[in-house]
Write a protein that binds this ligand. Structure first.
Ligand code: HEM
Length: 241
């Protein structure tokens, strides 16, 4: 099983990194022919950076459009971020001071993450218009993330696993010095589901994470009168004529 999981993680990492690099370069090359920032919009580049910062840390536009979705979505994402920071302890030795500092917050964040996901999933059943447009993949992503959080919390609170051995395994992956993975069904489930998430990521709706930075309604300055907006490909056409 150790060999299987080691190979699985190298494969999943390659798909995640390669897939994301491809998607991001694709987004970066996609032309934005029109000036379409959602107004009121910033008129300077600095203002746009600040707007983007508020969007990715506070989910500002979602807050304005739907308070319930915002609350569950924000709690889930902040919980996930803290959980991931807590997990850094498995990948570095010695553990950095600030990673040690976030450990207790990371535990509560696991519950917050699961609660946020439960709310987002309930919304897909309880709100008629959202139920109507929900696809199997919308449900699948929520179930997958819930199962990852559930198996993680089960290892912490129900059946402890040998986390020293898990850390030896992950450090072994990083340094290409493979160490045995504990033969524990919960570890297999947790890591198998994480690998599945990594492989699906570049092909899924989860691409909204890098995608938000490329959204013209959010990343454009409101200056069409000061500067004529010409897309890069249109400039090339002008030059050829
Ligand atoms: C998307 C990625 C992941 C998510 C969302 C996730 C989520 C969670 C959550 C919510 C917990 C319970 C709270 C806690 O103890 O931190 C947990 C525990 C755990 N996770 Fe993960 N996890 C992820 C990736 C991984 C990876 C890559 C490993 C491999 C090292 C791992 C190993 C563990 C272990 C060993 C525990 C039990 C900790 C303990 O008993 O104290 N997780 N995970």
């Amino acid at each position: 099983m150790t060999t299987f999981f080691a190979a699985l993680f190298y494969f999943a990492t390659a798909v995640l990194v390669g897939g994301l690099a491809y998607r991001i370069s694709d987004y970066a090359r996609t032309p934005a022919p029109l000036k379409i920032p959602t107004t009121p919009a910033p008129v300077t580049r600095g203002g746009v950076a600040l707007r983007m910062l508020r969007e990715v840390t506070l989910f500002e536009s979602l807050f304005r459009s739907n308070l319930w979705t915002w609350a569950f979505g924000w709690i889930f994402h902040v919980g996930l971020a803290l959980v991931l920071l807590r997990h850094l302890r498995y990948f570095v030795e010695p553990v950095w001071g600030w990673v040690a500092f976030v450990q207790p917050f990371g535990v509560y964040a696991g519950f917050a993450m699961a609660a946020g996901l439960a709310g987002l999933w309930a919304r897909r059943f309880l709100v008629a218009r959202v139920r109507f447009i929900s696809t199997p993949s919308d449900h699948l992503m929520i179930v997958l993330l819930l199962a990852i959080a559930g198996s993680g919390l089960a290892m912490k609170y129900v059946a402890h696993t040998d986390i020293v051995a898990v850390k030896a395994f992950t450090l072994g992956l990083v340094y290409f010095d493979w160490q045995p993975l504990p033969a524990d069904p919960l570890v297999y489930a947790h890591l198998g589901l994480v690998a599945l998430l990594m492989v699906l990521f570049p092909f899924s709706k989860l691409l909204h994470a890098p995608g938000v930075f490329f959204s013209p309604t959010r990343n454009q300055t409101d200056d069409p009168r000061e500067h004529r907006h010409v897309a890069a490909w249109a400039t090339r056409l002008d030059a050829e004529r």
